[in-house]
Design a protein around this ligand. Structure first.
Ligand code: HEC
Length: 710
């Protein structure tokens, strides 16, 4: 080869390489599924935003649906948008569906399942399905599953009944007496959408059966009974006929799917009622189970029960992430499961065999009347838990002597015997609480390194069981009785003065918004995180309305009324955090963490506080951690992105060591899992931002690095 030919060849190679790199650089990278893909990896191969330039990340555009009706501010906006062929599909907090241009944030179309009515209800996103001929968006609102044309946003009228399927039907129970409102998107297998549900947390809940619908017709193709019926596996883990009157054991956090093996992995919630189980004695399969089902048929392949006879609302909250363990040159396909209790389980995908042996360990017994708690619970021998599992005196907060004094006084009157201590009338500490440990954001997995990223809360809660329907002694008005009832059963979420908080709406001025019957219906049926108060007596019903509507102050509650309802107990401090007098957790910092676990070595590579309250920092370089809602994502560019924290920041960390590389303040809480994609040569990172008083609808914000730094 002559010298000139060599140069020409070399030039050609350089030219080809640069074209290839250009193509690679410009190639679209999508986020077509909730949490990136059906493995729930929350991983993106995008590299444009990297360790070097992430510091320059800026808001590129913001999408404001501006669809909240006057006076309405919705709760957390938890949507993880999906991105397909340059179009973003997302729900708003009001639960309209939007198609948005990926590089400008301009609206293409919207669909309103509520026809102008108020809407709402927690929602984490939508599902995309396509074949050679068509492309559809499937999503749920209220108790319906809808199919829309992806190009136009028009309802596909041949799907179900006039474009939708009623999810209250086909459960084997009276459709009028239950509600089923999925909060996480379904998952696609071939022409099926496999769907879980959110149901009531109370005594009247619908069963959480998993169903698969044909994406073209809306026909139900299979159903898996999460509460077994006569003759089915697990039937004997309940009292006879429990399937006719108990509910829950529902998949509300979403699922993962192994496409090659045709297996769907569904994590299930607790059976109802969440905190008292006298009417459901037994282990209660498939409550709190990870079930592996044949995606084509719904047939059970294996299951693992993480909590027997749950009395703590320790739902399995997130789609389990599919991972592979590399040992030397061999690789084993696993499914990883994060729990509210702070455990990470790793199972063989095909057999359900645990990588680490799991031991059944005795736990404290229930002492409340009628309850039979399960004597043991499963503890994995590895990896170590990523959250604290017992609150002792030495764990109590040290932010100030006053705070310590405040929580210590309460602590001394509470039962605190560690994980799986059942509730008492006097009060039991629950750590982790119902907020986890891990939550619905789940984990992110980097296939390049084998690292699994998990965010978690350190947030003790209280359990206090009171017998329902017990009218206190004394003479009082309906208003006063209602006020007392409110303090006991409602204030833990809606706050003492009715103002609500980030998770629960304000109940001020209900008069102008809701008829009394509507309000009562809401209270009795429950919605979202609010349990239905099915055990209310008629006097209690009248009293709570009197209090909320500021009336019946002189009408005395008749003494003669016998308690009409004596069905069971109610946890009067459900979901309430154990805090100091300033609202910080009663436990020492950190109050929230981000953890990187190496699937290949079985060790944590790093664990850091996630979130920060500067006013109570111990030192400049130790963040306090904060309660967090929403998951992490990881990129080939070397970054972990996560918002989630109550301090309303959005952050990027170096994925190899947890070093904070970038943060920005959002306009509200980023209580969602981010998404990232490449479109027209630019990598964007999206986060849904919860609404505020100024902007009640919430927004989607897109971040990118400016041109000169790409
Ligand atoms: C565990 C927290 C929690 C508890 C306890 C709770 N709620 Fe709620 N409540 C919520 C949430 C969350 C919503 C919003 C539900 C939704 O997604 O629509 C709500 C909604 C409501 C609404 C509808 C408000 C509106 O503007 O539409 C009313 C009324 C209400 N609750 C009253 C009560 C009363 C009365 C009690 C006590 C008997 C109570 N709640 C107990 C969390 C709670």
């Amino acid at each position: 080869m002559g010298f000139q030919t060599k140069i020409i060849n070399a030039l050609l190679v350089v030219f080809m390489l640069s074209i290839m790199s250009c193509i690679r650089h410009r190639a679209a990278i999508q986020w077509p599924v909730y949490k990136a893909d059906r493995s729930s990896s929350s991983y993106s191969p995008a590299t444009q935003i990297n360790r070097t330039n992430v510091g320059y990340l800026q808001m590129a555009w913001q999408f404001d649906p501006a669809d909240a009706p006057a006076g309405v501010r919705y709760g957390k906006y938890e949507c993880n948008p999906i991105v397909v062929d340059g179009i973003i599909y997302a729900t708003s907090a009001r639960r309209r569906v939007y198609a948005i241009e990926a590089n400008t944030g301009m609206k293409i179309w919207s669909f309103d399942p509520f026809n102008g009515a108020r809407g709402g209800g927690m929602c984490r996103g939508v599902t995309h399905w396509s074949n050679q001929d068509e492309s559809r968006i499937l999503f749920t609102a209220d108790h319906f599953l809808y199919a829309l044309e992806a190009s136009s946003g028009k309802a596909i009228l041949s799907f179900g009944q006039n474009g939708r399927v009623d999810l209250n039907e086909n459960l084997g129970v009276n459709a009028d007496s239950v509600w089923v409102k999925p909060t996480s998107p379904g998952i696609i297998y071939r022409d099926l959408i496999i769907l879980g549900s959110e149901v009531s947390e109370s005594y009247d809940a619908a069963p959480g059966h998993i169903r698969a619908y044909n994406v073209k017709t809306g026909e139900m193709e299979w159903i898996f009974h999460t509460i077994p019926q006569p003759g089915e596996f697990g039937y004997e883990t309940w009292p006879p006929n429990a399937w006719t009157y108990t509910g829950g054991a529902n998949n509300w956090g979403g699922m993962s799917l192994d496409i090659e093996r045709g297996l769907v992995f569904a994590p299930l919630g607790s059976p109802t009622y969440d905190f008292y189980g006298a009417n459901r004695k037994g282990a209660n399969l498939f409550g709190n189970c990870l079930v592996a089902l044949e995606a084509a048929t719904g047939k059970r392949v294996w299951h693992f029960q993480s909590v027997h006879h749950d009395l703590w609302d320790y739902d399995l909250p997130a789609p389990p992430t599919l991972v592979s363990m590399q040992i030397d040159s061999s690789s084993r396909d696993l499914v990883s499961l994060t729990t509210k209790t702070g455990f990470l389980f790793l199972f063989d995908r095909e057999t359900g065999e645990s990588v680490f042996p799991i031991e059944e360990i005795p736990v404290p017994p229930a002492i409340v009347e009628g309850e039979e708690s399960w004597p043991t619970q499963p503890f994995p021998t590895g990896p170590p838990p990523f959250s604290q599992q017992k609150l002792t005196e030495s764990d109590l907060t040290d932010v100030s002597p006053e705070a310590r004094e405040f929580v210590l006084e309460r602590f001394q009157n509470l039962r605190s015997e560690g994980l799986y201590t059942p509730a008492t009338a006097e009060g039991t500490i629950m750590l982790p609480g119902t907020r986890g440990g891990a939550e619905w954001g789940g984990s992110a997995y980097d296939p390049q390194t084998g690292l699994l990223y998990i965010n978690a809360n350190e947030s003790p809660e209280l359990l206090t069981l009171h017998k329902a329907g017990q009218q206190p002694a004394g003479r009082f008005s309906f208003y006063d009785y209602g006020s007392r009832y409110y303090k006991n059963y409602c204030a833990s979420c809606h706050m003492d003065d009715l103002v609500g908080d980030i998770s629960s709406p304000s109940l001020q001025d209900l008069k102008s918004r809701l008829a009394r019957e509507e309000t009562l219906e809401k209270i009795k049926k429950g919605a979202g995180r609010m349990p239905g108060f099915t055990l209310m007596t008629k006097n209690e019903e009248k009293a709570i309305i009197a209090f909320l509507y500021d009336e019946s102050k002189d009408e005395i509650v008749p003494r003669s009324t016998r308690p009409e309802s004596n069905k069971g107990y109610q946890n009067v401090t459900a979901y309430s955090s154990f805090n100091d007098q300033n609202g910080y957790p009663a436990i020492k910092q950190p109050w929230g963490t981000l953890n990187a676990y190496n699937v290949n070595t079985g060790k944590y590579e790093w664990q850091i506080p996630l979130g920060n309250y500067p006013e109570v920092q111990k030192s400049d370089d130790s963040h306090t951690g904060a309660e967090n809602w929403g998951g992490p994502i990881v990129t080939a560019g070397g970054l972990v992105f996560i918002a989630a924290t109550k301090d309303e920041k959005f952050r990027a960390f170096d994925k190899s060591n947890g070093q904070l590389l970038w943060e920005t303040e959002l306009a509200g809480g980023g209580y969602a899992t981010p998404a990232t994609y490449m479109h027209k040569g630019i990598q964007y990172v999206l986060i849904s931002v919860t609404g505020t008083n100024e902007n009640p609808s919430g927004t989607i914000r897109a971040f990118a690095v400016p041109k000169q730094y790409r």
